[in-house]
Design a protein around this ligand. Sequence first.
Ligand code: HEC
Ligand code: HEC
Length: 214
Amino acid sequence: MKSATLALVAAAVVLSAGCSHPQRSRDLANPAVSATTMAQQVCSNCHGMTGSSVSPNFPNLAGQQEAYFVAQLEGFRSHRRSDPAGFEYMWGLSRSLTDDQIKGLATYYANQAPEAQPIEGDRGRFEAGKAIFSGGVADKGVPACKTCHGAEGKGDATFPRLAGQHADYVMKQLLVFQRTDERPEGGVMKSVAHELTAQDIRNVAAYLQALPRL
Ligand code: HEC
Ligand code: HEC
């Protein structure tokens, strides 16, 4: 690395040590800031230092599939993914990220070990959720989630990891797919989610949050 670049990175690290917004946005617009620095000093404010967030408002990113992750950040950056929380939080944050930074961020999070999430719900709920995940809802034509998201819910390439995701976030996204066109690659999930009832959504989301602990 050239010393001028090093100096820029060092300056960015010093600047972002504080918490005020102008300092953060300066970081975000600086292509010289490494993905790891950005993840630990900017993204961590909401998504947690290693991609496991405390608040269910912020999706867990630890262990997320790289191809899926890149597609989502590109979707926010181009404003194609426009669900309300994405628009509110992620449009501004992704605006100045370079393709290299996005790739680096995807690799950073894919390599973090997901933290186990709290188990919330009773046995009946988990069994109903597991039945949907593993077998779908046959009489309504809902396919098994595991056929695309993997037997353990870890995802694959553009199929996202769902295991250990916050139930609140999963429920919110299932409603986005079911009711809107706010996610550009949501076509498949729109037909999957179409016939799910509110109860089905609660059950499968509780099961997914608890994976792999069930
Ligand atoms: C101020 C809080 C905040 C910060 C900081 C933040 N995010 Fe987010 N992020 C969110 C919220 C809220 C969502 C959920 C958006 C939705 O529901 O569409 C989200 C969603 C995402 C998603 C989509 C996850 C999925 O499963 O589809 C990715 C990827 C992501 N953020 C990456 C990042 C990266 C990388 C950074 C740092 C450059 C970052 N975020 C910084 C709040 C934040
Ligand atoms: C035919 C393949 C397929 C099946 C079956 C499927 N999914 Fe998906 N799912 C996808 C794809 C592809 C995406 C990514 C969509 C995007 O990029 O916006 C996705 C995204 C999701 C997301 C958003 C994750 C995030 O981090 O934002 C949730 C939640 C989800 N699926 C839940 C389910 C559930 C629950 C089932 C079973 C009822 C299911 N999926 C069945 C293909 C599938």
